[in-house]
Design a binder for this molecule. Structure first.
Ligand SMILES: *Cc1c(COP(=O)(O)O)cnc(C)c1O
Length: 395
């Protein structure tokens, strides 16, 4: 195993060197509690937290008073849904609209909210994973309090028409939440222009540390507080701030902003090279997600007649880390809810592999991946009972 190639950057990313260097100071040098304002050490921590808040706010065209730090994307998603649901309790508003392809942090929260009489409509998507705006309009009821649509999908990379959805929500006076965990740093986000009221972010998907994220809450949006306790985060999310994590998040955003266009352009080129390489070298494959409206780092294909898990094992033996489209790892044999929602049959969905690249990846790495996949798929298909049966039928 000579090469080590990490192509699972939608799962998490390496903490950038610059980010780590900045964070380290806040463990043992500037370790004051940001709430301790009467001495220098506390003020230093507070200042660091507020600098990070400003950086994150500027990045999405928000005001710094509209940014709240959380423990990550899942917490922000939970807060958005529960916070809006509880703020509307007993006010005749009990309906949420979301999509069938959201992250489980959204879907499982909607399921939980059923207990409190909250109903959810799950919008279908087309074969590219795209939401239909007419279906969205038809789903709106007088009781609808929230529309929650992810900016970009973590499995297939499809980017939704967020601005148009925002316009529809605004016209109807409905709060609009966006899970932007995968989009942050890859797509230009402007919460004003796109009429977004709530936005979930996470640091570890963009070269920051795990366990910290953020939520944008537009001024004036009525949402319940999430963690009850001290006055941190304007009383909405109590608990001593994870200063070093927040500093790391701020630094990761600063870096993302600094080289945005160059990085996205380069990633898009590599992504297209990988897509073309697989398409041109391996027969019987299906590209999952939208051909162009997709994240610059996402490549997701289904390989007919083979099992995703087997591909992953062989990739691992070649030193390549990727992800499959089934939930086997979570103890279930069901294929991903996202792939099924795009209309793939169970068999095809089971043979899906997601590669998500980072700026560390080179053209050489991409070509090596294509060559490796070509070998692996050919080998697995030789052994595939499904493939051999179909070949016999053709004869
Ligand atoms: C990773 C991810 C989350 C969860 O974020 P964490 O910080 O890991 O809790 C939520 N939504 C999407 C789309 C994600 O990709």
């Amino acid at each position: 195993m000579s090469r080590k190639l990490y192509l699972d950057n939608a799962a998490t990313t390496r903490v950038k060197k610059e980010v780590l260097d900045e964070m380290l100071k806040y463990f043992s040098e500037f370790y004051g509690n940001p709430s301790s304002q009467l001495y220098e050490l506390g003020r230093k921590s507070k200042e660091a937290v507020e600098n990070a808040r400003k950086t994150v706010a500027d990045f999405i065209n928000a005001d710094e008073k509209e940014i709240y730090f959380t423990a990550g994307g899942s917490e922000s998603d939970n807060w958005a849904l529960k916070g809006i649901a509880f703020a509307n309790f007993n006010k005749g508003k009990n309906h949420i609209i979301t999509t069938k392809i959201e992250h489980h942090a959204i879907l499982h929260t909607c399921e939980y909210l059923k207990k409190f009489g909250i109903e959810t409509t799950y919008l279908d998507v087309d074969k590219y994973g795209m939401v239909d705006l007419d279906e969205l309009k038809e789903a709106i009821r007088p009781e609808t309090m929230l529309i929650s649509v992810m900016y970009a999908n973590n499995e297939i990379g499809t980017i939704q028409p967020i601005e148009q959805i925002g316009e529809i929500a605004k016209e109807h006076g409905i709060t609009f939440h966006v899970d932007a965990v995968q989009a942050l740093g890859s797509v230009r986000i402007d919460v004003k222009k796109q009429h977004i009221d709530l936005l979930s972010m996470s640091a570890h998907k963009i070269g920051g540390p795990k366990g910290v994220g953020g939520m944008f809450i537009r001024r004036g949006v009525k949402i319940d507080n999430f963690i009850h306790g001290g006055a941190q985060e304007r009383g909405k999310r109590a608990g001593t701030e994870g200063v070093q994590n927040i500093v790391g998040f701020g630094k990761a955003v600063e870096i993302a902003e600094r080289d945005f266009d160059k990085r996205v352009e380069r990633l898009t080129g590599l992504r297209n090279r990988l897509i073309e390489g697989i398409k041109n070298n391996i027969p019987d494959v299906v590209l999952n997600g939208h051909p162009t409206k997709r994240l610059p780092n996402n490549v997701n294909f289904s390989y007919k007649y083979v099992e995703g898990e087997s591909i992953l094992l062989l990739l691992d033996m070649e030193g390549i880390a990727a992800s499959s489209g089934s939930a086997c790892t979570s103890g279930s044999l069901d294929p991903s809810h996202v792939l099924l929602a795009t209309g793939l049959d169970h068999g095809t969905a089971h043979g899906s592999i997601r590669f998500t690249i980072s700026e560390e990846v080179t053209e050489e790495d991409v070509d090596f991946t294509v060559e490796t996949m070509k070998k692996i798929i050919a080998r697995l298909r030789e052994m595939s009972p499904i493939k051999n049966d179909e070949d016999l039928l053709k004869k």
